[in-house]
Design a protein around this ligand. Sequence first.
Ligand SMILES: Cc1ncc(C[n+]2csc(CCOP(=O)(O)OP(=O)(O)O)c2C)c(N)n1
Ligand SMILES: [Mg+2]
Length: 559
Amino acid sequence: MSSSKAYLSLLVRIFKEKGLETIIFSPGSRNAPLIMAFTAEPAIRCLKIPDERSAAYFALGMAQQTGKPTAIACTSGTAALNYAPAIAEAYYQKIPLLVLTADRTPKLIDQGDGQAIRQENLYANYIKHSYTFPSLVVSEKELQHIEHMTNEAWNNSLYPEAGPVHINFPFPEPLYDFAYDTSRKVRLIQLKETTPIPDTDQTKVLAKQWNHSKRKMILTGLLPPNPNLEKQITELAQDPTVTVLTETTSNLYIPGAIPGIDKVVCTFSAKEAEIFKPDILLTMGGHIVSKMVKSFLRQHQPASHWHISPSGQHMDTFQCLTEVIPASPDAFLDGFLPLLQPGEGNYRSSWTERYNRSEERHHSFMKRVPFSDLKVFDMLFKTMPVGISVQLANSTPVRYSQLYRMKKWYVFYSNRGVSGIDGCISTAAGAAFATRHDTWLLTGDLAFFYDTNGLWHEYLDNHLKIVVINNGGGGIFRFIEGPDKTGHLDIFEAPHQLNARHAAGMFGIRYFEARDETSLTQAVNRLAYSRDTAILEVFTPREENGKILREYFNTLKNK
Ligand SMILES: Cc1ncc(C[n+]2csc(CCOP(=O)(O)OP(=O)(O)O)c2C)c(N)n1
Ligand SMILES: [Mg+2]
């Protein structure tokens, strides 16, 4: 192998063989060897996004949709630090990313060299695995070690559950002397994915307990669409002693299930909460959005909480975990369902009745609610085109979405791993780019302005549509208890007079705006038919939204 970095040919070829399709570069000099190595391999698509924070979220959006690792590569220094937010989100949302950071050689760290920080294990607290490659790779033994680490890095990004893996490359100068070398046969280390089979004895014990209980609750978190799981839970929901609570981001449409959890839980008095709490709680999927159901189940803890986790993660969200089921939900329910006997009781109907009461009040409230965030989301979920993917930005968009019974033809995604408002546009852009499928991002204004760099690249196309609900600041802080009692609401809300028109202009994106029901109906249509990426900005009354939402919940609560 000719140059000191020729070993990079091995890395590229192993990743290619493993199935890497896309790598996203951010500009720099130290990462030149990586740029030259990957661009020499025609099978791998090389993209470029200047802002590392945005590039990492874009890669996350792609991997969120493909289920395959997307690679990102940057230069040394703060460039690498800017990957951190998306890496943390990928870690907690279990999305595969290959994070490649170029670095100075060890002798230059803390010695006054530019762009030099301690990058070894830089993302320690939210990375599945971190490798630092040697600065110099010449011997056969060293090459075999590179092969081993490269294979392991790929496999670790997917098994037993997906997540981000980091490789740090201390590159000595010269940086531009790379030549792609395909002479050497590459060694691949296969890791055969096995679906963990639940222990039948454990399943029998659980089924016995389940059959004896009169109050069982299934609560689903963040999940990609899964028709098989939907069928299994629909069967479970036939049992009158079982209530099924789903979230919009669970993408499960189950007859008889409760899709608007907050609309029911907000109505419970302390005494009622004890009646509505389950004896057994069965959870599956990722993070739960509803703050109300979290506080309800933490205060009124079930005797048993079973969590299904393929990697055996002890996610104790309600501080009453009693069982971890190390399997995929499908595999566990396959063995569990045949052992069940339907019970007798009114647990399910007590929840359904309360839900139906709230639904009635919801619809009558919607008929008289003035133009506001609540009304805008109601109209959007009734008029957005069929079959689109919906990316929900954090803060109120993902929360408002929980208040509506969704149509089966929408698929929902949201960065609920760490719930940051800092990468919502970039993630949606990556998802639209990877799928070439109509993707609508519903975002607040602060989240929009925070990530306008998510528009700063050449991979925007007509599949991406952005709806900005501009309520003049962090509207959520006008609804939750606390901020308005501090006397410093402005620090929480960060009010502003900005609009998205100029950002759209800067990036050459079509722009529509709406300020009432009529203009919103027209604008949603124009957005849907726009042949290019487009932004619809909807202005709502800053000081009214929080009051209206509080009045909405009070209406549901009233005896
Ligand atoms: C990176 C990051 N910084 C701060 C927060 C805290 N935070 C949560 S919601 C929110 C306000 C978001 O405002 P906007 O996007 O306008 O949504 P709205 O509340 O108005 O719906 C903030 C600042 C966060 N989640 N992520
Ligand atoms: Mg806002």
